[in-house]
Design a binder for this molecule. Structure first.
Ligand code: UDP
Length: 402
């Protein structure tokens, strides 16, 4: 992990050579990524893999994490929710805390890089506090098809200062935004501890350590405890499935430092599932471990992703890479990855019966699981590995500064 040669067998010499060629036009340049957490969630996950590889391609890349207190992250989580369609009271106090946190961070964050990539809404206003002397990119990882209008207009006052906005899907293009918008799909690192090959023995050992028995088929959703990931809906689905096939549900969701809602959603899940927990039918995990995520995704007979909004859904990609059939909502970035009925199933997010039916079908049919899983892995190999993401960023960097 972190050296391009290690990816040769997986992606081929052509891909690695194309990356080296792309980098050669921007040697000596320095890009900066700015986000709001170094741990938890898809953005931190991607940056952890992308940055070492960018440096290995001889292009300097740095990573800074915005400092904010709990008020700030409570507000930006509300912003995140209402960019995805949730309600918001956008008060003057909220705006002030949002802006002041960014302003203070800018005082001791010196930027003299050749390109700046700002991820998601938390550090978006940073651009206001610099004399801009390089291209700035806003990388939006969220599904912004139907944002709260008032918030969108407020955030637009910062977005229009950017040179390019990167979105995860064509569907997220904003016609009202007079800024170039490019689509770059997220990607996973096949050699990261979360995705690297893991034998059955090692997986069992890890599952055992975390008290996850493998005597029954496992259904798993790996996701932050976030309402948009609908963990309560997954419980409903599980109850329906359990009436037809014997299986266990694992919900694995560590807490991200920029998501203060995780604990209350987790408490609600616990409250509503005490019977399942008592019987050992449900296992809840909040511990953050990449190897554990790897083991759970591999051990699962079926992986679920019942999100009601999902910018892309790296957990879907991760499970597909492990040749697991994924039953997921047909929303956001998920249909970019799953072709319904071919390499997994996509369904209306609120249709618990349909989710249950598909899961039962898969648990009863190992051959179908295997066929879908094999196709799923090939989809990821071709389109969603970090080497492609690296190439996309280098191309953008070269276009804007080369
Ligand atoms: N993740 C994790 N541990 C957990 C839950 C999630 O490491 O307990 C990781 C997951 O494997 C994935 C990322 O967090 O890499 C979530 O990315 P995704 O795009 O699915 O959703 P986001 O959290 O960014 O909305």
């Amino acid at each position: 992990m972190g050296n391009l040669e290690e990816y040769l067998d997986l992606v081929g010499a052509d891909t690695i050579t194309a990356i080296i060629r792309q980098a050669s036009s921007i040697y000596g340049k320095h890009m900066l990524h700015l986000n709001s957490t170094y741990l938890g969630g898809g953005v931190a996950e991607m940056l952890s893999s992308l940055l070492p590889l960018t440096n290995d391609a001889s292009v300097d890349a740095g990573w800074r994490v915005l400092h904010g207190n709990s008020d700030f992250f409570a507000i930006t989580k509300q912003f995140h929710n209402s960019l995805q369609g949730g309600r918001l009271r956008l008060t003057r106090a909220k705006k002030e805390i949002y802006l002041e946190t960014n302003r203070k961070f800018s005082i001791f964050t010196h930027i003299d890089h050749d390109m700046v990539v700002v991820h998601d809404p938390q550090p978006l206003p940073m651009i206001r506090y610099y004399r801009k002397s390089q291209p700035w990119i806003w990388r939006c990882h969220i599904d912004i098809t139907d944002p709260n209008r008032e918030l969108w207009e407020f955030l637009k006052t910062f977005i229009i200062r950017y040179d390019v906005v990167i979105i995860s899907s064509e569907d997220y293009r904003k016609p009202d935004l007079p800024v170039e918008q490019r689509v770059i799909h997220p990607a996973i690192d096949p050699l990261a501890p979360k995705n690297r090959p893991m034998g059955d023995q090692e997986a069992h050992h890890i599952l055992d350590k975390f008290g996850i028995p493998t005597d029954r088929p496992i259904l798993a959703q790996v996701s932050r405890f976030d309402r948009w990931k609908d963990p309560l809906g997954v419980l409903d689905v599980y109850r329906k499935v359990r009436r037809k096939v014997d299986c266990r549900l694992v919900l694995c969701g560590s807490m991200a430092s920029d998501d203060p809602e995780g604990y209350s959603v987790y408490d609600e899940v616990r409250e509503k599932s005490s019977d399942l927990l008592e019987k050992g039918d449900l296992i809840l995990i909040t511990y953050q471990s990449n190897r554990l995520v790897n083991a759970i995704q591999r051990a699962a007979t079926v992986v679920i992703q019942k999100s009601v909004r999902e910018g892309f859904g790296l957990t879907v990609t991760e499970a597909m890479w492990k040749s697991r059939p994924v039953v997921a909502s047909a929303i956001g970035g998920i249909p970019l990855q799953i072709e319904d009925g071919t390499n997994g199933f996509t369904l209306p997010p609120r249709d618990a019966d349909a989710f249950a039916d598909r899961i039962v079908e898969l648990v009863r049919n190992p051959a179908l699981c295997e066929t879908m899983g094999t196709r799923a892995r090939e989809t990821v190999r071709q389109r969603f590995l970090v080497t492609r993401l690296l190439k996309d960023y280098l191309e953008l960097f070269a276009d804007l500064t080369g």
